[in-house]
Write a protein that binds this ligand. Structure first.
Ligand code: ATP
Ligand code: MG
Length: 399
């Protein structure tokens, strides 16, 4: 049969969503997106990714796992949706034939009983108008597949027919992607990455807006274990499946924590530690051309995240601090963590440097003048210099 050829490869239509809104920048965004998809699909042989008429097409050898390819594409930021499709010549006969064959499979694989054709003519020179294409193809399918009925309101299958200049595409699924913008289109941020639930989600959210990621993690070895550190690396690897390979700076905060505990009021420990984390992160950010810091902080979640505490934390640095989770409820953050696949790793019970020397009654409304007075007792610059000098860099690869 003429359309047998369409079964020789998987074809996926990838839609660009918001990327398509970018006017003059559109080709640039599309190019970045296609590049990113190409990179993620590199692990499969015999995959082709190319741009065509405002869409991205992926063609893969039929022997490859269709679902695995869809999973990879749906991780690419900027992808609005993915449709596994079949292709045929743009003639009414060929489309009719392909539609019948397509519906045969839909009946077999999914038990489809009712359908509705949704035809669209991207090529306005095509001699048949969209409603007419719908009617004619619908009639062809009814004739070819006797078990099917048309249901315009609640069909089991919406049969999309997308008639383009050279070829026509037939599909039924629009598998949603995460949207966002292609990586590398929005600068680079230094993310403060803990082993908790929040910061991996915050990092993911900024990467979703096209930001490249560099990260810093603080530990308090030997109070925190090597296993705790491994856990963070594994967690970072999960984030890297979305944002690509990135560098993580690993810094021992213990010398600073000890100085704080010895010299400053106990209730200020947490906020003082946080200000040091921010300043070290800022230094690293400037050295690595990151334009901003990213944290998983969230208004009111814990003592160090009250409005007053966030103001005092912010005052320690001059780079802008992105807190993409600021207004979310914890349950929503947890849901997102589950959706992106970091939750299970995050809740593994390992020590965190913040829980070492945890004060019994942390200040919830710190005053900047008091905090500055406490810091005056420390050699802040010297401590930060030493911490930055002890920086160990770990390359994080996608899990
Ligand atoms: P998370 O779940 O991200 O750990 P949290 O709700 O536990 O957040 P805190 O532990 O107070 O809150 O930390 C607030 C933010 O500070 C974190 O989201 C993260 O960005 C940063 N942070 C905390 N601990 C560390 C750490 N050990 N290394 C790097 N960044 C950290
Ligand atoms: Mg934490």
């Amino acid at each position: 049969m003429e359309n047998d050829k369409m079964n020789e490869e998987h074809i996926f239509i990838v839609r660009c969503g918001e990327v398509a809104l970018k006017g003059m920048n559109k080709p640039y965004f599309e190019r970045m997106l296609a590049e990113r998809i190409r990179k993620l699909l590199k692990k499969f042989d015999e995959v082709q990714v190319y741009r065509h008429e405002g869409l991205i097409f992926v063609r893969a050898d039929k022997s490859l796992d269709k679902q695995a390819i869809i999973r990879e594409i749906s991780k690419v930021f900027g992808v609005a949706s993915i449709s596994p499709a079949v292709e045929c010549e743009s003639t009414m006969e060929a489309i009719g034939e392909a539609a019948v064959q397509y519906m045969f499979e839909a009946i077999e694989e999914r038990g489809v009983k009712t359908f509705k054709v949704e035809a669209k003519r991207a090529d306005k020179n095509f001699p048949v108008k969209s409603p007419e294409i719908g009617r004619k193809i619908g009639a062809a399918v009814l004739k070819g597949c006797k078990v099917l009925r048309v249901d315009v309101h609640h069909p089991d299958c919406r049969l999309f027919v997308d008639v383009r200049h050279d070829k026509t595409y037939i599909y039924q699924d629009k598998i949603p992607g995460f949207g966002g913008l292609p990586l590398g289109t929005n600068g680079k941020g230094m993310s403060l990455l803990s082993g908790g639930i929040d910061s991996p989600v915050a990092t993911w959210m900024m990467a979703k807006r096209g930001m490249l990621i560099e990260a810093v993690h603080f530990h308090s070895y030997p109070y925190t274990s090597e296993r705790a550190q491994e856990k963070v690396e594994e967690l970072a690897s999960l984030v890297a499946t979305y944002c690509g390979r990135f560098r993580m700076h690993v810094i021992n905060l213990l010398p600073i924590q000890e100085q704080i505990v010895q010299n400053c009021p106990e209730e200020e420990t947490t906020i003082l530690v946080r200000r040091f984390m921010m300043r070290i992160a800022e230094r690293l950010a400037r050295e690595t051309e990151c334009g901003m810091l990213i944290t998983g902080e969230n208004l009111g979640q814990v003592a160090s995240q009250t409005a007053e505490a966030l103001v005092v934390t912010d005052a320690s640095v001059s780079l802008p601090v992105m807190r993409p989770l600021i207004g979310l409820d914890k349950v929503d953050i947890m849901d997102l963590a589950k959706e992106i696949g970091t939750y299970e790793k995050s809740i593994e019970p390992y020590e965190d440097c913040c829980t070492v020397f945890l004060p019994k009654h942390p200040v919830t409304k710190p005053k900047l003048e008091k905090i500055l007075a406490s810091e005056a007792k420390l050699d802040c610059e010297g401590l930060i210099d030493a911490a930055v000098a002890s920086d160990e860099i770990v390359n994080i690869y996608p899990a």
